[in-house]
Design a binder for this molecule. Structure first.
Ligand code: GLU
Length: 428
């Protein structure tokens, strides 16, 4: 967890607030406040120099009433059990709001993957599966990529699982590489999904996308495709992106007088989302400190990096012209930031609605794995657009009907669906 904000306390606080609004039976609420199963384990890995290093790993399965647990595995140096708990909880709500038949899970390893060689990464990925394989599976728990993990890593993990169970089992991990059981459109899915919800919010608020400007935090997978979608699908301008520079161990904001060109930036960005500073400067980009993105003149803010960066301190710096905050990351805005949005009439597209495109396409991937028949990219993205638009509409309708803020409305839609599944199964 970054900073002082405990993500799990935040997830529980958000849930408690809505449980009250929904008049949820306190005994049922108690079931949902906590993950159903949690794993904390050590993974010994032989390093390239012959030494043995032990890594801390986690997997949390929050709730599987609607279907197998689903959610990514993060490789992050400041990963904690509580961060993974929070993220697993949010996955339950995310799958429910997207109306896909899956529950919530999340995993993690305390590691900075950029410090490992390719072979060390492969051994760590295989080691994670060697510990967890009995507790995951296509009908049990299906992990996927997240911060610090890639399609290649999912390929290794799927391979290790298949070897251990003795048969090819592509549906155990999603976000796999194309040609290795992956789905067309999975790479673009989360970022494009963010933009489908922004498009719907703009329709509702009567905002012209072509005259819109976005300030984006991050330049990892979600931010990259959100930036591409914002310029190419909506015709808007991206004022800036930011990125963690792993050489300088600090983050920078990159802007350009004509707006940033995400396709160009992609060509000079490494697999961990670090932009080549020199090449960017040569191309006329302006470099500022990492937290400057939040102050840029824009009407759409897309935090697509890590939890808690839009908080009591930073939220006051956002430009007066901001009308929409679209949460590409998981948990980027704290409850204090929410209060500021409410007081200033800023429309929020909450994380587990806004970034549900990734897991929705993961669901499509597992469906294709089961059928052993694969769709085209156009088919996948069309289905994704339909799902995201329906999810946005369901939350907006709830928000208007109950006169509640979008985050509360998303929780109401999600909790209602999960509780219904638990009741139908006779759990509560
Ligand atoms: N890690 C992504 C998320 O937080 C995707 C999860 C998945 O595809 O299962 O939504």
């Amino acid at each position: 967890m970054t900073g002082q904000i405990n993500a799990f306390e935040m997830a529980q606080r958000q849930f408690d607030g809505v449980a009250k609004l929904l008049n949820l039976d306190p005994q049922i609420a108690e079931v949902l406040r906590w993950p159903m199963r949690e794993y904390s384990f050590r993974i010994p890995v032989r390093m390239d120099d012959g030494s043995l290093r032990v890594f801390q790993g986690y997997r949390v399965q929050h709730n599987d009433a609607r279907g197998p647990n689903k959610g990514g595995i993060r490789f992050h140096p400041s990963e904690t059990f509580d961060t993974v708990r929070a993220l697993a909880t949010w996955m339950t709500w995310k799958c429910a709001v997207a109306d896909i038949p899956l529950g919530g899970g999340k995993g993690g390893v305390v590691v900075d993957p950029s410090t490992l060689s390719t072979t060390e990464k492969e051994r760590l990925c295989r080691g994670w599966v060697q510990v967890m394989w009995k507790n995951i599976g296509p009908r049990l728990d299906v992990p996927a990529p997240d911060v610090g993990t890639t399609a290649q890593m999912m390929g290794w993990m799927m391979d290790e699982y298949s070897k251990l169970v003795g048969e090819y089992t592509p549906g155990v991990f999603t976000g796999k590489p194309l040609g290795g059981g992956g789905s067309e459109g999975r790479t673009e899915a989360t970022g494009f999904g963010v933009i489908y919800t922004v498009r719907e919010a703009m329709k509702f608020l009567n905002i012209d996308p072509k005259n819109s400007v976005a300030a984006i935090e991050g330049f990892g997978n979600v931010a990259q495709y959100a930036a591409i979608g914002f310029t190419e699908m909506l015709g808007g301008k991206v004022a800036c992106v930011s990125c963690w520079d792993r050489n300088d161990k600090t983050s920078y904001t990159y802007s350009h007088k004509d707006g940033v060109n995400p396709r160009f930036l992609l060509t000079i960005t490494d697999q961990y989302g670090t932009i080549d500073k020199k090449k960017a400067l040569d191309a006329g980009y302006i470099l500022e400190e990492g937290d400057k993105w939040i102050e840029k003149e824009a009407n759409v803010l897309i935090p697509a990096a890590i939890e808690g960066h839009v908080n009591a301190d930073t939220v006051k710096k956002i430009s007066k012209s901001v009308k929409i905050v679209a949460e590409g990351a998981n948990g980027p805005c704290t409850p204090e930031a929410d209060e500021y949005f409410k007081a200033n009439g800023i429309f929020n597209i909450p994380d587990f609605l806004c970034n549900a495109g990734g897991v929705t396409t993961s669901y499509f991937e597992s469906v294709q794995n089961d059928m052993n028949f694969y769709w085209t990219k156009e088919e996948v993205l069309q289905k994704l657009d339909t799902k995201m638009t329906q999810a946005f509409q369901a939350v907006l309708d709830m928000s208007l009907k109950e006169k509640v803020y979008m985050r509360d409305a998303a929780y109401m839609v999600a909790i209602d669906r999960v509780v219904k599944a638990m009741q139908l199964r006779g759990w509560v």
